[in-house]
Design a protein around this ligand. Structure first.
Ligand SMILES: *Cc1c(COP(=O)(O)O)cnc(C)c1O
Length: 395
């Protein structure tokens, strides 16, 4: 009766096609800046329906380059959620900008567009109403008018943020929109592809994402000027038309190698199948967890016209405790994670910006009750059965 199963938190979905593609690159002398990255970029741009795709060595690198393109520098403000993975705020700090955290919708966990509108209006107005949006440690010394430069919504767990009202705020205030689509490849918002909505967007390909390149990421944009800038910045600041040793600006080595690109090309060709398998696993979870009163299943908004499942995150309701459920699951061999842990409460953000519990109530509540269950496209129905049986025991 006490059979235990070993279930990983996540697994990549790889076939012989990926192994063959990577091996083929190893039979050539071109391991970077070759045909694979070009083919991968073209395939991904076509898939998302954008003019330009620029491969980089991580999602974080891609977000950093978008923040540069948006013109963010010393003290500039960017509106973004704290209910996210830390990279979506760190990328603003890399350019000495200030992430201004806006609370999220209790339903989706995505940035609340009404609060985005309110914050943008207040920051434009200046004075005390502007100051209350700033990180606590900056409120005293900040100029009364923040230089708001960009909006950086995150499509949390694969579900697109409510982009139409966010675009309206951007238009009204002349702001750039960067989509953190690192968790959302294949999602659509009112029929539009996540990643094709803002000025630029970033996808990420770490092994737990819907598709992987090992490490890697891709910036997509319809703006030719931004794409040229990204290609320069990822390659040590060489201008696209420059001679090899002519460095026009401060750049980075954010290049994606040919092995990773070859892997990504096969994965993007398989993307529909990869997403369908993940959707099936999410359905299995949804069916089995429907009647648990102390558990809330993921909420999918009406504007999400296609959901790309990155993680399967449930909420544990009082009087049950998320942390206790997590411990009991671990004892039964089932890994699970608190997801997300709010960025503003991370030690570094607390000490640098003076954030405290109570600053972003909805984000903090979601951070307290959210639990990511084991999830991947290679999970079997038996594994989902086992996880759900253990959850049922805990609750
Ligand atoms: C994965 C992820 C990133 C960054 O991806 P890396 O490739 O690990 O750098 C950024 N934002 C979000 C929301 C993510 O989930």
């Amino acid at each position: 009766m006490t059979t235990t199963m070993s279930i990983p938190m996540s697994s990549p979905d790889l076939t012989d096609a990926e192994i063959a593609a990577v091996t083929q690159v190893l039979h050539t002398p071109i391991l970077s800046i070759g045909p694979q990255i070009k083919a991968f970029e073209q395939a991904l741009a076509a898939r998302v329906g954008v003019a330009q795709a620029v491969g980089v060595n991580s999602g974080t690198s891609g977000l950093h380059l978008c923040v540069i393109a948006a013109g963010v520098s010393d003290g500039d403000l960017v509106l973004t959620p704290s209910f996210s993975f830390i990279a979506s705020a760190n990328c603003i700090l890399y350019e000495r900008g200030v992430p201004v955290f806006v609370d999220v919708e209790p339903t989706t966990g995505n940035i609340d567009p009404n609060l985005v509108a309110e914050a943008a209006a207040d920051l434009a107005r200046g004075g005390a109403s502007a100051r209350r949006w700033l990180p606590p440690a900056l409120r005293e010394h900040a100029q009364s008018k923040g230089r708001l430069k960009a909006l950086l919504p995150v499509h949390a767990f694969g579900q697109p943020a409510d982009m139409d009202p966010i675009l309206a705020v951007a238009r009204d205030h002349g702001l750039a929109v960067i989509e953190d689509a690192c968790e959302a490849i294949g999602s659509t918002y009112k029929g539009r592809a996540a990643g094709a909505i803002g000025d630029a967007a970033v996808f990420a390909f770490y092994p737990n994402k819907q598709m992987t390149t090992g490490e890697g990421g891709m910036i997509v944009t319809n703006r030719a000027d931004w794409a040229d800038l990204f290609r320069s910045l990822r390659n040590q600041g060489r201008d696209v038309f420059d001679a090899w040793l002519n460095h026009t600006r401060l750049g980075y080595n954010y290049r994606l190698d040919e092995l990773s690109a070859a892997l990504g090309l096969v994965q993007v060709q398989r993307l529909d199948a990869l997403l369908a398998k993940r959707a099936q696993v999410a359905r299995w979870y949804n069916e089995r967890l429907a009647d648990l009163e102390l558990l809330e299943r993921p909420f999918i908004a009406p504007h999400t016209t296609a959901m790309s499942w990155f993680v399967y995150v449930v909420r544990i309701k009082a009087p049950a405790s998320r942390d206790q459920v997590m411990r009991q699951l671990a004892e039964a061999g089932v890994p699970s994670r608190p997801y997300f842990t709010p960025i503003h409460l991370q030690p570094f953000y607390q000490s640098r910006f003076g954030y405290r519990r109570g600053d972003l109530p909805v984000t903090e509540h979601l951070g307290d009750v959210s639990l990511a269950l084991p999830f991947s496209g290679v999970m079997s129905e038996e594994q989902v059965d086992y996880v759900c049986a253990q959850l049922r025991r805990c609750l």
